[in-house]
Design a protein around this ligand. Structure first.
Ligand code: GLY
Length: 431
């Protein structure tokens, strides 16, 4: 069974041999892309090379790059705890910035490539790992973007029968942009054991803030292969949480609790790893934007540690396990003391609020409230005891209770009124 460390090297060596400059992952706090809170994809640090605002030859000496990129996605934060979702993950990617030279898998030079080289290399790399592709998908055409016949033909040439090349629409096979504008395009995706492991994006368009597409001067390639998913299929384990990324951390966690609550354990595994990486990149918990993402996961971590009966001082070894696993590849993780201090301070600050909030939640929520009353009660827990709504919603879920759109609406209205009243009070005091 191949370890993730070996695959890291295989991937980078494979693309280095094919003319790619190997670059480090960029920070989780985007430097060149102000349209998103956190780095969500490998192409983000390269956006300006697709638009020619920057010159790849000048900066890299080649039109080809490859990275293993740290990513953090918050859209699925509520889903963490199931078998497949993560906040933090890594993505293996190879990139090409136009103009396209000889689009041929035998061309190991430094010029731009496109669909043929990208597809052949992805196919060969997967085969070299002894994995078998079940099927692939291509963009079938929708609205103003035509069917990607070129990719379809290349997959046939590679040896796939028509039943194994599925045509999909914009929802599935059109990627980007990150944030509200940027390069984007049709994709072809590779599935192994029914898991989508590699997304090959052909950046042919630029989408503006109004959603209009215009052709880029030169088309580019942007691929992203989820490392945890790749390891799941490569190590042939039931879920990503059994891959060697999580194994050392899981061993420590299992020693800290007798509880067998798999969902809570997965939340702890994901949130510890994610917060370590966010803090290492310079983020502090706060009530604003990306700082709030960190605050949110640390609060959720606190809640789940509590239900697993794990004392805060015990999590030191989990932080250490993450750092040990990843610091050979990410030197920014070496600052253990700072990472530990930020996590501990936030958890300790929140613990008191949580303890009181939990007690009051148990006292007030009976489970027979209608949508409005439930919203009013959670609002009161928030304003009187500081219990954040997302934690209350989690407690509802734990108790098998729902939270409807109607409840959210009532909560939002109360929140707005509350803010207006507070603002009024402040200006009264100031006058
Ligand atoms: N940029 C390709 C992906 O994130 O899948």
């Amino acid at each position: 069974m191949m370890k993730s460390e070996e695959i890291r090297k295989l991937f980078l060596d494979y693309f280095k041999a094919r003319g790619h400059k190997i670059l480090p992952s960029s920070s989780l706090i985007p430097i060149d892309d102000h349209s998103v809170l956190l780095t969500t994809a490998g192409m983000q640090q390269f956006k300006k090379y697709y638009t020619r605002e920057k010159d790849p030859i000048k900066d890299f000496g080649t039109q080809r790059t490859a990275t293993i990129q740290k990513c953090f996605r918050t859209t699925d934060i509520e889903e963490i705890g199931d078998e497949t979702h993560l906040t933090f993950f890594e993505m293996l990617g190879n990139f090409s910035f136009g103009p396209v030279g000889k689009d041929d898998p035998q061309n190991f030079g430094s010029d731009g490539y496109f669909k043929r080289a990208a597809i052949y290399w992805a196919y060969e790399f997967i085969k070299n790992l002894d994995l078998e592709i079940d099927y692939v998908t291509v963009f079938g055409g929708e609205r103003d973007v035509p069917f990607d016949e070129e990719s379809y033909k290349i997959w046939k040439e590679v040896g796939f029968s028509e039943e194994k090349i599925l045509k999909k629409g914009r929802e599935d096979n059109f990627w980007g942009p990150t944030g509200d504008e940027g390069p984007c395009g049709p994709t072809t995706e590779i599935y192994v054991n029914n898991v989508e492991i590699w997304n090959l994006v052909f950046n042919e368009y630029y989408q503006d803030k109004n959603g209009n597409l215009k052709k880029l001067e030169f088309p580019g390639v942007d691929t992203g292969m989820g490392f945890e998913r790749l390891m799941k299929v490569s190590q042939n384990v039931p879920t990503i949480f059994e891959t060697d990324f999580f194994q050392p951390l899981k061993e420590v966690l299992d020693q800290l609790t007798n509880k067998d609550d798999i969902r809570r354990k997965r939340i702890v595994l994901d949130h510890i790893r994610g917060s370590v990486f966010l803090i290492a990149d310079g983020l502090y918990p706060s009530n604003l934007e990306r700082g709030y993402v960190l605050r949110r996961i640390l609060r959720r971590l606190t809640l789940n540690l509590k239900f697993l009966d794990i004392k805060i001082e015990k999590i030191e070894n989990m932080i250490k396990a993450v750092i040990e696993k990843y610091s050979p590849f990410y030197p920014e993780l070496k600052n253990y003391d700072k990472i530990k201090t930020v996590i501990f301070e936030e958890i300790i600050n929140f613990e008191r609020t949580l303890n009181i909030g939990l007690r009051e939640f148990e006292k007030t929520i009976k489970g027979n409230e209608n949508d409005e009353i439930l919203a009013e009660k959670l609002f009161l827990l928030y304003t009187s005891y500081g219990l954040p709504l997302e934690i209350s919603k989690e407690l509802l879920k734990d108790n098998g209770l729902g939270w409807t759109e109607k409840s959210q609406q009532v909560f939002d209205e109360l929140f707005k009124k509350h803010q207006e009243i507070s603002k009024g009070r402040i200006s009264e005091l100031a006058s």
